[in-house]
Design a protein around this ligand. Structure first.
Ligand SMILES: Nc1ncnc2c1ncn2[C@@H]1O[C@H](COP(=O)(O)OP(=O)(O)OP(=O)(O)O)[C@@H](O)[C@H]1O
Ligand SMILES: [Mg+2]
Length: 241
C-alpha cells in the first residue's frame, strides 16, 4: 500500500539528513508504529509519506501512485482522496462546527450535498459525537477534538491513515479511547495505519514497530500481542539515558 524508495531529506546542507535513504514497504491493512528520539526525523518521514513535504531524493508510492512525481494539483487531489492525516494538535478549523469540520474534505472535493450529509451522520455516530454536531472545537475536550479529527480523516474513505503523535496531548484514558478507534479500523476495516508515537503503551497497539534514529530505520519489529521484544527494550533504555 505504501512503498518508500531511497527517500532522502536534508533541511540544511552540511548537516546529517533527517531522512537518510530510507526504504520501507507497508502492506495493505498493516498497523505500523514509528518510535524514536525527538528530532530524529519521524514527522518529516511521515509528512513525506503523506505528500505534505517534498524529498530531495527518492519517492513514495501510495496505492501504486508515485506521490512526488505527480503535479502539485494531482498530488493534492490524491492526498485528499487516499490519505487521512491525524495530528497531535488536532488541527481542526476553529470557525467551523463539528459537522462542518468532518465534512470539510468532502466539501472541498465537491461531493454531492446528500452524500456529505449521510457520511457525516455515519461518522458522528461511529465516533461517539452525537449531540456535539453544532459545537465548535473550543467547546470540546481534547479527546472529542481528536475524534472529530479522526472522523474528518475518514470522511473520504482513505486507503491509508497517517497519524503523528495522535495521543500526544491526551491523558491515558483518552489515549486509550483514540487507540481503540484506530485498532477497530485496523481490525474491522483492514485500514493501513502508520503512526508516530513516543508512548510505548500506544505503540503496543501496532503489530509492527519501526525504531527510527538519525534518519534511518534501525529495527523493524513485528510484535505479537503483549510481547515486547528485547530489541525494543534495549532501544527504549537507550532513549532514556
Ligand atoms: N521545516 C523545517 N525546516 C528546517 N528544519 C526542520 C524543519 N522541520 C524539521 N526540521 C528539523 O529536522 C529535524 C527532524 O525534525 P522532525 O520534526 O522530523 O523530528 P521528530 O522525530 O518528529 O521529532 P519529535 O519527536 O520531537 O516530534 C529536527 O532537527 C528539526 O529541527
Ligand atoms: Mg515529530
Amino acid at each position: 500500500m505504501i512503498v518508500v524508495e531511497g527517500l532522502r531529506k536534508q533541511y540544511r546542507s552540511g548537516e546529517q539528513p533527517v531522512v537518510d535513504h530510507v526504504n520501507l514497504e507497508v502492506k495493505q491493512g498493516e498497523f505500523t508504529a514509528i518510535m524514536g528520539p525527538s528530532g530524529s526525523g519521524k514527522s518529516t518521514l511521515l509528512n513525506l509519506m503523506g505528500g505534505l513535504d517534498l524529498p530531495d531524493q527518492g519517492t513514495v508510492y501510495v496505492d501504486g501512485l508515485p506521490l512526488h512525481t505527480l503535479s502539485e494539483k494531482r498530488r493534492t487531489l490524491m492526498r485528499r482522496r487516499k490519505i487521512g492525516y491525524i495530528f497531535q494538535n488536532y488541527q481542526l478549523l476553529s470557525m467551523l462546527n463539528v459537522r462542518e469540520n468532518i465534512a470539510f474534505p468532502m466539501s472541498v472535493d465537491r461531493c454531492p450535498k446528500e452524500e456529505i450529509q449521510l457520511r457525516v451522520q455515519e461518522l458522528v455516530k461511529e465516533l461517539g459525537l452525537k449531540g456535539k454536531e453544532e459545537a465548535v472545537p473550543d467547546e470540546l475536550s481534547g479527546g472529542q477534538q481528536q475524534r472529530v479529527a479522526i472522523a474528518r480523516a475518514l470522511a473520504m474513505q482513505p486507503k491509508v491513515i497517517l497519524a503523528d503523535e495522535p495521543t500526544g496531548n491526551l491523558d491515558r484514558k483518552r489515549s486509550q479511547e483514540v487507540m481503540e478507534i484506530l485498532l477497530h479500523l485496523h481490525r474491522k476495516e483492514r485500514m493501513t495505519i502508520v503512526m508516530v508515537t513516543h508512548d510505548l503503551s500506544v505503540a503496543g497497539y501496532a503489530e509492527r514497530i519501526l525504531l527510527y534514529k538519525d534518519g534511518r530505520i534501525e529495527s523493524d519489529i513485528r510484535q505479537k500481542e503483549g510481547d515486547m521484544p528485547r530489541v525494543l527494550e534495549d532501544f527504549l533504555a537507550q532513549l532514556q539515558t
